[in-house]
Design a protein around this ligand. Structure first.
Ligand SMILES: Nc1nc2c(ncn2[C@@H]2O[C@H](COP(=O)(O)OP(=O)(O)OP(=O)(O)O)[C@@H](O)[C@H]2O)c(=O)[nH]1
Ligand SMILES: [Mg+2]
Length: 301
């Protein structure tokens, strides 16, 4: 406390030192400058406080700019977010579902901005976003509200109650994953499976360490996308590895038109092998409804 400082200054200084967030620090520092004694001997003090304020303001400006970039997360096709309490293993899961490499640590609140990745499941892509934990000041409620799917990452059932309130405005699907099951005994896993069944939860026990059910989770995410994978095949050749991705209940005509506009008019014959066909190479018409993993063979004029 400078010489001749008022009691008011003393209190303002105390409040300033207790400020935690940047916004708070700026507000308390402005109060402190107001309360500082204004005479010759405190000139240096005032100068020092004003420089500090300017630094904080610059920092805030910078943070604002980078958070603008964050808001610019574009929804690319199907968007799925990872939501959970600190340390539940969201970032670890992102590395299992995508090629992203977010920071992972045993300390809470490691992730402080959304981390993006792309899941590629047999040629079908989904955008996966690892969000800062519940309780973080950077948790983006807007992203939670608009995501097509929320993967709720928990370590036990009690965590669910703390997370559900954040998801109420979201209209998309919810998948619950119980992570870190490598720490459970086989008996505990059996109990967990029984709870999931009896409560009819859309849930999976997983472990990012052992890899338990990671492929099943990808398949579940795919299922929530309500799309089908159709593999095309040219007569006499083997089928393509990259599928056409179509909406559920698409027809042969939809498939043809998705390859090339007008193609359906040129088709002489279509043969289907797979889930929607009664037998391999079944001859079908343009209105035939396709199913996931069908192989389609077009013969054109
Ligand atoms: N035993 C075990 N530990 C795990 C598993 N998955 C993650 N962890 C550990 O849990 C800790 C937190 O993992 P993160 O992936 O950073 O968790 P997070 O939810 O992203 O954490 P924040 O970003 O801080 O909220 C790390 O020490 C991980 O190694 C798992 O399946 N089993
Ligand atoms: Mg994280």
């Amino acid at each position: 406390m400078p010489i001749n400082a008022s009691y008011e200054y003393f209190n303002a200084e105390k409040a300033y030192l207790e400020a935690k967030t940047l916004d708070e620090k700026i507000a308390r520092l402005e109060d402190l400058i107001k309360a500082a004694p204004k005479h010759k001997s405190s000139e240096n003090l005032l100068k020092e406080l004003r420089t500090r304020l300017k630094k904080f303001q610059e920092k805030k400006e910078k943070a604002k700019k980078s958070s603008k970039g964050k808001k610019g997360i574009r929804k690319e096709g199907f968007q799925c977010i990872l939501l959970g309490l600190p340390n539940s293993g969201k970032s670890s899961l992102l590395t299992k579902l995508t090629n992203a490499q977010p920071k992972i640590s045993p300390y809470p609140f490691t992730t402080y901005q959304p981390e993006l990745g792309t899941m590629d499941h047999y040629g079908v892509k989904a955008q996966i976003i690892d969000l800062p934990s519940i309780g973080s000041e950077n948790l983006d409620q807007g992203l939670i509200n608009t995501a097509d799917c929320i993967i709720i990452v928990i370590e036990n059932l009690q965590d669910l109650e703390k997370i559900i309130p954040f998801t109420l405005k979201n209209q998309g699907s919810k998948i619950i994953v119980f992570n870190k099951t490598d720490l459970l005994s086989s008996d505990q896993i059996r109990k967990l499976d029984a709870t999931i069944k009896s409560k009819k939860l859309n849930a999976l026990p997983i472990s990012t360490f052992s890899g338990l059910n990671i492929e099943q989770l990808k398949e579940k995410i795919f299922y929530e996308m309500h799309v089908i994978r159709i593999y095309t095949k040219e007569p006499g050749k083997s089928s393509s590895n990259i599928p056409l991705v179509l909406k559920e209940k698409s027809s042969v005509k939809d498939a043809a038109e998705s390859i090339l506009k007008g193609l359906s008019n040129k088709i002489k014959e279509t043969r289907i092998s797979g889930p929607s066909s009664k037998f391999p190479k079944q001859k079908v018409g343009l209105t035939h409804i396709l199913k996931d993993k069908d192989v389609i063979e077009f013969h054109t004029r």
